[in-house]
Design a protein around this ligand. Structure first.
Ligand SMILES: [Zn+2]
Length: 325
């Protein structure tokens, strides 16, 4: 059963907003694209796991996706997928990389070979060992029994092949299509249940409570300034920027579409890129509104919580979410 569903990370959502809002000719744009590509394909890889995770051998298994928690030494770690049963835990790390892959036996690095060319994709074997260790420390700190924790690297690209797949390596690495067999083999080891039913339920509750989403600022990370962002409301139909205000809604001068709610996605861009509070002046600037009255009307139409009065009034976006499906 899924206890925490898979969602895009704040970092990925922020980079998506940055792709829309940073002009393509900006000298840092290619770095944003590169980082976005890495996370975007990472997310595709994680999602590729989901179908195979419906073949769980133990129907009582709890699944937690994208959990980010802090070990007792204040080091955060994020697990793509965590499986918990009353007898053991298993961390899955997905790698969405195509081509002829190899785990370098001395450095542990994941390498893609193309002729003589070698491209590195991090060190997932060491990373998963670190996560196993950190999760063990976490369980101890929160007074849970010492569950044995396993780890598996799952290659999720359908065009991935593995060179030098030794039996010892294949204990730690699998292809996503083989994941059900791997999970069955692990479950067949018949671990002694260490968690009674109330403790088992409590564990996932505490994990979800302790989940801390990553924070990410493109201003700090890439050295981009607010004034460099593209302002205005995007047309939801043709992506033209900016739409114009008309009768309390938005009209696109390019394709003629009229929308009452086009600004919600842009307010989400603002939250991800700029911050969790907005004032009348800031909304005028970001949405290119013609007057304080239009800005007031728009702000009150969204019933956002606020604090302060008059010009110092700040609207709070902490709980504002916009995820069109
Ligand atoms: Zn349009």
């Amino acid at each position: 059963m899924i206890k925490k569903s898979r969602e895009k990370s704040v970092r990925l959502l922020t980079l998506e907003a940055a792709i829309r809002r940073v002009p393509p000719e900006h000298p840092k744009y290619h770095l944003i694209e590169k980082e976005h590509g890495k996370l975007h394909y990472g997310f595709i890889g994680e999602k590729a796991l989901d179908y195979f995770l419906t073949f769980l051998p133990n129907k009582n298994t709890q699944l937690l996706h994208g959990l980010r928690i802090e070990d007792p030494l204040n080091r955060f770690f994020q697990m793509d997928t965590l499986l918990i049963t009353p007898g053991y835990g298993l961390i899955l790390d997905s790698k969405y990389v195509s081509g002829a892959l190899e785990f370098d036996q001395t450095t542990n690095h994941l390498i893609r070979r193309r002729g003589e060319e070698r491209e590195k994709f991090g060190d997932p074997l060491s990373q998963i060992e670190r996560q196993k260790y950190q999760f063990t420390l976490w369980l101890d700190k929160h007074n849970f029994p010492p569950l044995p924790i396993g780890g598996q690297i799952v290659l999720t690209h359908s065009n991935a092949t593995l060179i030098n797949a030794t039996p010892s390596l294949m204990k730690k690495v699998t292809f996503h299509t083989n994941l059900p067999n791997k999970l069955q083999a692990i479950d067949n080891q018949k671990f002694q249940p260490l968690l009674d039913n109330p403790t088992y339920k409590k564990l996932s509750k505490v994990l979800i409570k302790k989940h801390t989403p990553d924070e990410f600022s493109i201003f700090n990370h890439f050295g981009i300034h607010y004034h460099e962002l593209r302002k205005g409301v995007f047309c939801p139909a043709c992506a033209h920027l900016p739409m114009s205000q008309k009768h309390g809604g938005w009209i696109c001068r390019n394709c003629g579409v009229y929308s009452k709610t086009a600004h919600l996605k842009d307010l989400m861009d603002y939250k991800l890129l700029v911050g969790n509070t907005i004032t009348n002046k800031m909304i005028r600037d970001f949405f290119l509104l013609p007057s304080p009255n239009v800005a007031s009307y728009l702000l009150s139409s969204m019933s956002l919580p606020a604090k302060g009065t008059h010009k110092g009034r700040k609207y709070l976006l902490d709980h504002f979410q916009y995820n069109p499906k």
